[in-house]
Design a protein around this ligand. Structure first.
Ligand code: NDP
Length: 334
C-alpha cells in the first residue's frame, strides 16, 4: 500500500475533474485524479454529444472523455485507477483520503468532482429484474433488445435521448412519462415526435416490473396519474431514465448538503472547509451540463491555486520530489 502526495487531489473523473486537473497541472499543483468506478463519468454511457462547444460534428461521449483524460495527462496529471472510500477533511488542510485498496492520498487541497448516478424508481420488480430486462443505460444495454419491444421511463433529456438511441435497435419504443409535457430540450422533443418508432405514453407511472415465465422482464404495470386507472404494457426491455442523484455518500456529516448536493458558497466551488472545493454535478442541481461542470472544475482549480498561495501550513510535498509523469511535469506544465 502506497502513500501518494499531491498539492491537489481531485476525486472523480468527469468533465469537472478533468478540467480542474488541466488547470491544476498547468499551475504546477501536480494534481492526482482518482478516477472512481466509472472513469470518465456519465458521458461514457451516453452516445452522441452535440452541445459541447468546439466540435462542429456530433462527437461520441466516451471519445470526448478519453480526449479530456489524455489532455489532463499531457499537462502532467497523474491518473489513479482507484476509488476513494474514506476522507478526512474535518481537520482542515492538509487532507487525507484512502482508496479501496488501502492506498493513502495526502493533499494540500481537494476538489470533489464525484458527479451523480442514475436514480431508480424503487418499485417492486425493478431490482430483481435488473440485468434481466431492466436497465438504466440504453447505450450500454440497448443492443440486447434488437428487434424487441422496449420502454423508456422519464421525460427529461436523458429519457428522450435514450428513446431516440433505442430506435437504432428497435422499431417499437414507448416513452412513458408521468406528465403530458416533456422537460427535455426542444430539439430533442422534435426528434422524438418525428420518429415513427417511438410512441409517447403520457400521464403514466410504472408501479411494478413483472417477470415473464422465463424469468426476464415480461410487462410493466402502469397507473394513470389523472384517473388512477391501472394497465399493463408488454415489453422485453425497460430503461429507467428519471434523473440522477449526486454521489455524496462519502461526505455525509463532513460537508453541508442540500437535497444530497454539496453546498458551496454562491457562485463559487468553495465549500465551508477552506481548501475543499466541489465542482460539477455533485454540487450543481440547476445546470448539470458537461460544459458547466468543466467550467466549475476550472474555477475550482483557480480558487485552489489562490488558496495554496496564501496557505499557512506545511505542504505535504515538503521534502518530497514532485513526481514526473509520462508527459514530464516540468516540460508539460510550462
Ligand atoms: P431530469 O431531472 O432532467 O429529468 C428527469 C425526468 O424523470 C423528468 O421528466 C421527471 O418527471 C421524471 N421523473 C423523476 N422522478 C420520477 C419518478 N419517480 N417517476 C416517474 N418519473 C420521474 O433528468 P435527466 O437525467 O433527464 O437530466 C439530468 C440533467 O442532465 C439535466 O440538466 C439535463 O439537461 C442534462 N442532460 C443533458 C444532456 C444533453 O445536453 N445532451 C443529455 C442528458 C442529460 P417530471 O418532468 O414530471 O419532473
Amino acid at each position: 500500500m502506497a502513500t501518494h502526495r499531491t498539492k491537489m487531489l481531485i476525486i472523480g473523473s468527469g468533465p469537472a475533474g478533468y478540467s480542474a486537473a488541466i488547470y491544476g497541472a498547468r499551475a504546477m499543483l501536480h494534481p492526482i485524479v482518482v478516477q472512481g468506478i466509472q472513469p470518465g463519468g456519465q458521458l461514457t454511457i451516453t452516445t452522441e454529444v452535440e452541445n459541447y462547444p468546439g466540435f462542429r460534428d456530433v462527437v461520441q461521449g466516451p471519445w470526448l472523455m478519453e480526449e479530456m483524460q489524455a489532455q489532463a495527462e499531457h499537462v502532467g496529471t497523474r491518473m489513479m485507477w482507484d476509488t476513494i472510500v474514506e476522507v478526512d477533511l474535518e481537520n482542515g488542510a492538509p487532507f487525507r483520503a484512502v482508496g479501496d485498496g488501502g492506498d493513502e492520498y495526502l493533499a494540500d487541497c481537494v476538489v470533489i468532482a464525484t458527479g451523480a448516478q442514475a436514480k431508480w424508481l424503487g418499485v417492486p420488480g425493478e431490482q430483481e429484474l435488473g440485468g434481466k430486462g431492466v436497465s438504466a443505460c440504453a447505450t450500454c444495454d440497448g443492443f440486447f433488445f434488437r428487434g424487441k419491444k422496449v420502454a423508456v421511463i422519464g421525460g427529461g433529456n436523458t429519457a428522450v435521448e435514450e428513446a431516440l438511441y433505442l430506435t437504432n435497435h428497435s422499431d417499437d419504443v414507448t416513452l412513458i412519462h408521468r406528465r403530458d409535457e416533456l422537460r427535455s430540450e426542444k430539439i430533442l422533443e422534435q426528434r422524438l415526435m418525428a420518429s415513427d418508432k417511438i410512441t409517447p405514453m403520457w400521464n403514466k407511472t410504472v408501479t411494478s416490473f413483472a417477470a415473464a415465465e422465463n424469468g426476464t422482464l415480461g410487462h410493466l404495470v402502469l397507473e394513470d396519474t389523472q384517473t388512477g386507472e391501472t394497465s399493463t404494457l408488454e415489453v422485453d426491455g425497460a430503461f429507467v431514465a428519471i434523473g440522477h442523484a449526486p454521489a455524496t455518500e462519502l461526505f455525509v456529516g463532513k460537508l453541508e448538503m442540500d437535497g444530497g448536493y454539496l453546498v458551496t458558497e454562491p457562485g463559487t466551488p468553495k465549500t465551508a472547509i477552506p481548501g475543499v472545493f466541489a465542482a460539477g454535478d455533485v454540487m450543481d442541481h440547476t445546470y448539470r451540463q458537461a460544459v458547466t461542470a468543466a467550467g466549475v472544475g476550472c474555477m475550482a482549480a483557480l480558487d485552489a491555486e489562490k488558496f495554496l498561495a496564501g496557505a499557512d501550513f506545511t505542504s505535504v510535498m515538503e521534502g518530497f520530489e514532485a513526481p514526473v509523469t509520462e508527459a514530464g511535469v516540468s516540460e508539460a506544465a510550462e
